[in-house]
Design a protein around this ligand. Structure first.
Ligand code: FES
Length: 367
């Protein structure tokens, strides 16, 4: 017969395991995953239907999240959770398909380009095949469709086209009548992502004017310039959406202001975090990682995520550009400057995002 003590100890242990978690149900995930991976509770499982080549170094991953996933708005992102070499990783990707597709057949499309040195994106390209299960977060991000039927201008570069594909398919489904122009910049025809979708939309949706510029094939004139903007009818009245690499976004921002377009007319989403910190802002300082009992000196504009990694710590992260909040961490003292806004934090305890927080003087974080 088991003693009372022996019976209660495992129960107490089980109670702790269950209730010291944000999602107690996730405790049973290893068991559920062994029975059926679509039953896990710690994240929303999604079955990979198939993977297709989309453009050079770019593949589309068609996923069907389990029915408890809550859906998305055009232009939003999700974190994908994969286990590579025994380690769980989170990465942020933009959904390239339309909410209509998800409502119709429960599937979403992530179109992902290989990145030089991109360990997880490259691992996904090399290892994920139809039938496998990955985790998917609820959707987040604000790259909102226009509320009114007003003329639109999209400027996209490379894989920055993915939220635009979702927007355009949604607008076409709504039979949006105001003029919509897309200026899409790629290196060559082989790099055009979503070519089939774009050409089909342009053929069936009269509001859309599609212009694809191939910078390696069409010569210097194919880089975004004032002639391209001048050729957009009624450009000053347009709402503008920007999505692409930082160089293109900066160039577009400058040119658009020369055309009298106000910042309030522009929405952008980033593929790398731009810095809004003024060049003469004093940055750097001693960073103390309280839980790890490590202190390092930072002399420049490196964010805390990079400083922690340089100190051989392994903080969680996803997008590395301030949108997914995977890197959120408690700052217990000191001031950090937000790279996206250029604004300093208060000096006290608060939650910060490591990937966009640059120390300004001595800082202590709970890591
Ligand atoms: S890693 Fe996504 S917000 Fe920091």
């Amino acid at each position: 017969m088991l003693s009372t003590m022996n019976t209660r100890a495992p129960l107490r242990w089980l109670g702790k395991q269950l209730f010291n978690r944000e999602d107690p149900g996730a405790f049973f995930d290893p068991l559920l995953a062994a029975l059926n991976p679509m039953w896990v509770r710690g994240y929303v499982p999604a079955r990979l239907q198939d993977v297709v080549d989309e453009a050079r170094d770019t593949r589309s991953f068609h996923l069907r999240p389990s029915p408890r996933w809550q859906g998305f708005e055009a232009g939003q992102h999700v974190n994908i959770i994969v286990e590579a070499n025994g380690v769980r990783h989170h990465r942020t990707f933009t959904i390239a398909s339309s909410p209509r597709q998800w409502e119709r057949d429960g599937s979403i499309t992530l179109t992902i380009k290989r990145l030089p040195g991109g360990r997880i994106t490259n691992w996904m390209h090399d290892n994920l095949r139809g039938g496998e299960i990955v985790g998917v977060s609820e959707a987040f991000g604000e790259f909102d469709l226009p509320e009114a039927e007003i003329p639109l201008l999209y400027i996209a570069g490379g894989s920055g086209i993915t939220p635009v594909l979702s927007h355009l398919a949604t607008l076409a489904n709504r039979d949006f009548r105001a003029p919509v122009t897309l200026l899409y910049y790629v290196r060559s025809q082989a790099d055009v992502i979503g070519a089939e979708t774009l050409y089909a939309l342009a053929a069936r949706w009269p509001a859309l004017t599609l212009k694809i510029f191939k910078t390696e094939e069409d010569g210097d004139g194919a880089l975004l310039n004032d002639r391209h903007l001048d050729a957009v009818p009624g450009i000053r009245a347009r709402q503008v959406y920007l999505c692409g690499p930082k160089g293109l976004m900066d160039l577009a921002g400058n040119l658009l202001s020369q055309f009298g377009i106000r910042e309030s007319q522009i929405q952008s989403t980033f593929f790398s975090a731009p810095s809004a910190v003024a060049a003469d802002t004093p940055l750097g300082g001693e960073v103390t990682f309280g839980k790890s009992s490590k202190s390092v000196e930072s002399g420049g504009d490196a964010p805390l995520l990079e400083i922690a990694e340089a100190a051989e710590l392994k903080p969680a992260y996803g997008c590395r550009m301030g949108i997914c909040h995977q890197c959120s961490c408690r700052k217990t003292s000191g001031t950090v400057v937000n790279r996206l806004t250029g604004k300093p934090s208060g000096p006290g305890e608060e939650t910060i995002q490591l990937c966009i927080s640059v120390p300004q003087g001595p800082v202590t974080v709970d890591l």
